[in-house]
Design a protein around this ligand. Structure first.
Ligand code: NAD
Length: 498
């Protein structure tokens, strides 16, 4: 049994609170580790350490800071198998999916190596007589990230990469469900040459989150998690005068037009709906075929595919997806399936009874597929975050578009069609932050920005890409005029004292 503490000032530090949480291994339901839950005083100790370390890091030139990130990439490549194994054991996703989680995080580290370019300011020569104006970007000081369980490598790296590259010291409060990988990242940062105190991990629950939100020396907080907590973190952090950006839950629709290639659409729905057991904020959880005929052709293809999904332990080489993260998550998702049946949706594939032979205590369930879901149902309105896909049949394109537009969440959306005009109209009109055209999970690459609309995000700037550097830096603008200097009265003969 492992015992996880915190990582402060460049080293592992045992927890002082006496409070711990169990970290499970979802593949067999065993307790894999105990994680310490920090007190306010422990958060404060990390902040003080970070505050002391930050000025020297900010004064290190940006190229040198970037070189630490280059070395970090090398070390993550060296330890990729070990990290993916740990991630899969604590989260439950399969090893190839865990490698994707790490990779999408490292891509933001690659982007952050461009810090020297991203930190450049602007310059106007001769803005007035003898006056020049220029701007510079400076780090904020100590900043923080609070992250969810579902991408324990990717999201911490999305936050930490730009923050550190910009010259800040960073406090990570990762999910208490899978803190092993964040602690491993901290060790690798130190090995890569990051000075102690620049990347810290404080494990904990609400107490540590509140301590972060109330700490006067933490200048910015980036949060990712469920919408109710995102809204809470946003309002408390803003009330304390911080910069806050919070990314919340989702209900991503995929519209399938009658002219779509139905085999491709079914493939996309299987991967995007059930990959990672549906525990992705960009998972497709609602399929909207347009027209009865398209709906019937889609269902013909989907049903056998959902019935034959391969569920297995995270370490198995050929599983499509693994167990859910905890037994509570499993019960919650099964509870939603019960609700859907009561609400009158038609459960065409029922995965609730699935048991994994040899792993009977693991948190597994099979894929579930609902047909005839309507917008009044809770299973349509709420985020289920499990391997459950709902099919809502729309009569027209406009009805399908309104479904996505009227939903309270607006993270991702996709349209499958061969018609450029429909796709173009959809991209222009849909009220969702990230749009896929014949692409089911349109997660933008690191050099673009990631963020949803409506109740999927709070705050104005997105994650990664140029927005991340804006979020973790402040702009200073200098207007300068020099009185006439030596050039006007230049002496051409050798100065003498007499
Ligand atoms: P969560 O909201 O339970 O936890 C997120 C973080 O908040 C964790 O660090 C947790 O310790 C902390 N937290 C939990 N309860 C708290 C409380 N009462 N007060 C203060 N802090 C608290 O989310 P989760 O279950 O870990 O992650 C899944 C959710 O994250 C889903 O809703 C998913 O859609 C969302 N998500 C969103 C994005 C995005 O970019 N929009 C990305 C990934 C996940």
């Amino acid at each position: 049994m492992r015992n996880y503490g915190h990582f402060i000032g460049g080293k592992h530090v045992a927890g002082q609170s006496g409070r711990t949480a169990d970290v499970f291994q979802p593949l067999d339901g065993s307790v894999f580790a105990k994680v310490a839950l920090a007190t306010k005083a422990e958060v404060r100790a990390a902040v003080e350490d970070a505050k002391a370390a930050q000025p020297a890091w900010a004064a290190t030139n940006p190229q040198r800071r970037a070189r630490v990130l280059m070395k970090f990439l090398e070390l993550c490549a060296r330890d990729n198998d070990k990290m993916a194994d740990l991630l899969a054991r604590e989260h439950g996703k399969t090893i190839p999916d865990a490698k994707g989680d790490i990779q999408r995080g490292l891509e933001v580290i690659e982007f952050s190596i461009g810090a020297p370019q991203m930190m450049k300011g602007e310059y106007t020569e001769g803005a007035g007589p003898g006056i020049d104006i220029y701007s510079m970007r400076q780090p904020l000081g100590v900043v923080a990230g609070i992250t969810p369980f579902n991408f324990p490598a990717m999201i911490p790296l999305w936050k930490a990469g730009p923050a550190i590259a910009a010259g800040n010291a960073f406090i990570l409060k990762p999910s208490e469900r899978d803190p092993g990988v964040p602690l491993m990242l901290a060790e690798l940062f130190i090995e890569a040459g990051l000075p102690p105190g620049i990347f810290n991990v404080v494990n904990g629950d609400k107490e540590s989150v509140d301590a972060v939100l109330d700490d006067p020396d933490i200048k910015a907080v980036g949060f990712v998690g469920s919408t109710s907590i995102a809204e809470y973190v946003y309002s408390r952090g803003c009330a304390n005068g911080k910069r806050v950006q919070c990314f919340g839950g989702a209900k991503n629709h995929m519209i399938i037009m009658p002219d779509a290639d139905m085999d491709q659409a079914a493939d996309a729905l299987i991967g995007a709906g059930y990959g990672s057991a549906g525990e992705r904020c960009m998972a497709i959880s609602v399929a909207v075929p347009v027209g009865e005929e398209a709906a019937n052709r889609l269902m013909e293809r989907l049903v056998p595919r959902v019935e034959s999904l391969k569920i297995g332990p995270s370490t198995s080489a050929d599983a499509d997806f693994g167990p859910l993260v905890t037994s509570q998550a499993l019960e919650r998702v099964k509870g939603y399936v019960d609700i859907g049946i009561k609400e009158g949706a038609k459960l065409v594939v029922d995965g609730r009874g699935f048991k994994m032979q040899g792993y009977e205590n693991g948190f597994y369930m099979g894929g579930c597929l609902f047909d005839n879901v309507t917008k009044e149902m809770r299973i349509y309105q709420e985020e289920i975050f499990g391997p459950v896909l709902s099919v809502v049949r729309a009569k027209t394109y406009n009805e399908a578009l309104s479904l996505a537009n009227d939903h309270e969440y607006g993270n991702g959306v996709a349209i499958y069609t061969r018609d450029g005009d429909a796709a173009r109209d959809f991209a222009a009109k849909v009220q969702v932050g990230m749009v896929g055209i014949n692409v089911p999970i349109p997660v933008p690459l690191a050099y673009y920005t990631f963020g949803g609309w409506k109740r999927s995000s709070f705050g104005d700037l997105n994650q990664h890409g140029p927005d991340a550097f804006r979020f973790y830096t402040k702009t200073k603008t200098i207007t300068s005029r020099w009185p006439s200097g030596i050039k006007d009265g230049a002496e051409f003969s050798i100065p003498t004292m007499g």
